[in-house]
Design a protein around this ligand. Structure first.
Ligand code: AMP
Ligand code: ZN
Length: 116
């Protein structure tokens, strides 16, 4: 196994993409999935995740993919009218806990600013 595939076989979001771990999937277009977050921080809390294992936004090498992630994210949950927030945590101080790029979609209540 290459270093890359070892990393992917232990990655929770790679395992969700491949179906090895169950998740509540609300979108899958073959390139990007959206799932319900197991620990929701708002009435709607979805995660928009590329099939491809990319550690985080700092390792991104595909501009089109990030554009698609944001477009898919904005269209989830029927939140366009009322408003919502997209969040990408990155690295330790950014609060990233899963090292596979993902966009949080938060909505369904009045969100406060700044985040914690
Ligand atoms: P982050 O802290 O930005 O890396 O976000 C990781 C998110 O993944 C957290 O909000 C977790 O609640 C969520 N999460 C972790 N494991 C799962 C899982 N098996 N299914 C759905 N969401 C998960
Ligand atoms: Zn992964």
């Amino acid at each position: 196994l290459s270093e890359k595939s070892i990393e992917e076989s232990s990655c929770i979001f790679c395992r969700i993409v491949s179906g090895q771990i169950p998740a509540d999937r609300v979108h899958d277009d073959g390139e990007i999935i959206a799932i319900k977050d197991v620990n929701p921080q708002a009435p709607t809390h979805l995660l928009v995740i590329p099939h491809r294992h990319i550690k985080g936004v700092g390792d991104l090498d595909d501009q089109a993919l990030m554009g698609k992630l944001f477009m898919v994210a904005a269209r989830q949950g029927g939140l366009l009218e009322k408003g919502f927030r997209l969040v990408v945590n990155n690295g330790n101080e950014g609060g990233q806990t899963v090292d596979h790029l993902h966009v949080h979609v938060l909505g369904g209540r009045q969100l406060t600013w700044p985040p914690g």
